[in-house]
Write a new protein. Sequence first.
Length: 177
Amino acid sequence: MELTTNEDGTWSMDWLNELERLMLQRIPDAADPTGSPEAERRLFPESPLGMPALRDEDEGVVADWKEFVEPELRVQFRKSMDVVREDLGRIEKRTRKSLHFHALTVPKAHADHWCSALNQARIVLHERFGLPDPEEDMRESEEGDEESREGQWLAMLQSEIYGGIMEFLVTRVLWIK
């Protein structure tokens, strides 16, 4: 995968192999917290500071958070995912010198939506598959059967790819003056 910024105000993912294209197509599914209470709690916390921090505070803060902030978070996540889905629908298959690959060009204005969707997907993957923190070694997690370890490995690969794209977006697209 080659990530580039373009002079016309777009950014591109070029030379995508089939696995990378598949990982991109899986962003919406990876970001769906359905069936993972841990992921739901990470994406939509019970309060702005967490319940232990608010035990001595007015319960109205928690009620306001649930009424005003959480619904807006859900709307924003959905909006970002819709933008990413639409962009993913424009992945092109290309051939150069008998090499087959995929490419996608995205407007700079969509970079925030991509960061949001990729971050959401990484959070859900980490919670759903019990992935180790980046500092931990994946080999330390030898629990579970072979199928579950394969699922963990695939989720870790997705998370790493998504993290690389996010790093590019933050350092090369969003912070450009």
